[in-house]
Design a protein around this ligand. Structure first.
Ligand SMILES: Nc1ncnc2c1ncn2[C@@H]1O[C@H](COP(=O)(O)OP(=O)(O)OP(=O)(O)O)[C@@H](O)[C@H]1O
Ligand SMILES: [Mg+2]
Length: 366
């Protein structure tokens, strides 16, 4: 499959401080949605702005379709308006003095080669974003979510090669955000649009992305499908940032391929998966999701005796603080019944859900 966007070793250095983007490489195949996920300041927006041409990269190469649009080493830089991209930002970038229809028609009227009927394209796009009946409304009379749909329609109407979205849902209230998130994926898939989407919200990344790239301090740590990111994080920061908050400390007893046996001290031995070439004797941190702890189950591997110290009933789920051999972990039980009382408990930590990383201190994940 051809790449709609190819980024090779992208570097962006501002006048001060560490590079904002530090050797990032990835591609977005045509028709796919790639989400860049990471904490504030990790370089997501800067990457997007380099693709848009709003920022001048310091190094590397960016190609859109077959065309190189930026390569500083050769003094090559294509202007934003010649890149055939659409953009949607956090703020509702709509023209307040126009109606909904005029807003969406604007880009068509200001582009050559738009081919075909402007009215029909506008109507079709408004239908697509669920604003079919709102064409004649002044855009200022709309809600935040509706305005963001207008902004989206305005970027989709001329069918750009590539759509860039920078936290487009973050100004919306929680409920609307979830609805529009689900709808956004449907809309992008329906149009076959290629998208690069930036967010610091992991739930948004999982729902929207065909692939997720997790960034930290200007570097891309992992680019993979949501399932891989959630089940096979190659880096402890990726594990932690996507919600694997439990950490057990131990020492490697043996490793074979991607399997490691870890000595947890008083708790005993644990079998884990590892993406690293660990050696016997290495200190490790084992990351594990609260929802993967099996309380009350004695599995054939990684079964332990523990103690429920405290439980917090939350209605739809219950959180348990569990002590295992002098170490603490949190377990999550779904459902409205809290089945485990405080005190002794058996538990299983499925080997596939335990991920061992070389112990580089808590700083490696925070
Ligand atoms: N114009 C600029 N001049 C100097 N430094 C900048 C500029 N723009 C961004 N930076 C710095 O580059 C780094 C990356 O910023 P960027 O906006 O890309 O982060 P981000 O991942 O989008 O964060 P957020 O989630 O908060 O939007 C930050 O340290 C930021 O301070
Ligand atoms: Mg940003």
């Amino acid at each position: 499959m051809s790449s709609a966007l190819l980024i090779e070793d992208l570097v962006k250095r501002f006048a001060t401080g560490k590079p904002a983007v530090d050797g990032v490489s990835f591609d977005v195949p045509a028709g796919e949605i790639v989400v860049l996920l990471g904490p504030s300041g990790c370089g997501k927006t800067t990457t997007l702005r380099c693709v848009a041409g709003l920022e001048h990269p310091t190094g590397g190469r960016i190609s859109i379709g077959e065309r190189v649009v930026s390569e500083p080493a050769r003094g090559l830089l294509v202007s934003p308006r010649e890149r055939d991209i659409g953009m949607v930002f956090q703020s509702y970038a709509v023209w307040p003095h126009m109606t909904v229809r005029q807003n969406v028609a604007y880009p068509l009227k200001h582009r050559r080669n738009n081919g075909g009927n402007v009215d029909a394209k506008v109507r079709e796009t408004l239908e697509l974003v669920g604003l079919g009946d709102y064409g004649e409304r002044p855009v200022t009379s709309l809600s935040g979510g509706q305005m963001q749909r207008v902004a989206l329609a305005r970027s989709l109407v001329y069918r750009p090669q590539l759509l860039l979205l920078d936290e487009p849902l973050s100004n919306l209230d929680a409920k609307l955000r979830i609805r529009l998130r689900d709808e956004l994926r449907r809309i992008l898939k329906q149009t076959g649009m290629t998208g690069l989407y930036v967010t610091h919200d992991q739930a948004e990344a999982v729902v929207l992305g065909d692939r997720i790239g997790v960034m930290r301090e200007g570097k891309l740590l992992q680019m993979a499908t949501p399932q891989e990111i959630y089940n096979r994080p190659v880096d402890p920061f990726v594990a932690n940032f996507t919600g694997a908050a439990n950490v057990l400390l131990g020492k490697v007893l043996a490793r074979s391929g991607e399997r490691a046996t870890v000595d947890l001290g008083a708790a005993g031995r644990l079998d884990a998966w590892t993406p690293q070439s660990l050696a016997a004797g290495d200190k490790v941190r084992v990351a594990l999701r609260a929802e993967n702890v099996r309380l009350g189950e004695r599995g054939s591997a990684n079964a332990f005796f523990g103690r429920v110290i405290e439980r917090r009933y939350q209605g739809m789920q219950t959180l348990y603080d569990v002590e295992v051999g002098g170490q603490r972990l949190e377990a999550l039980e779904l459902g409205t019944a809290a089945r485990h009382p405080e005190g002794e408990v058996v538990l299983t930590l499925p080997p596939d859900a335990c991920w061992a990383y070389r112990d580089e201190g808590a700083a490696a994940i925070e």
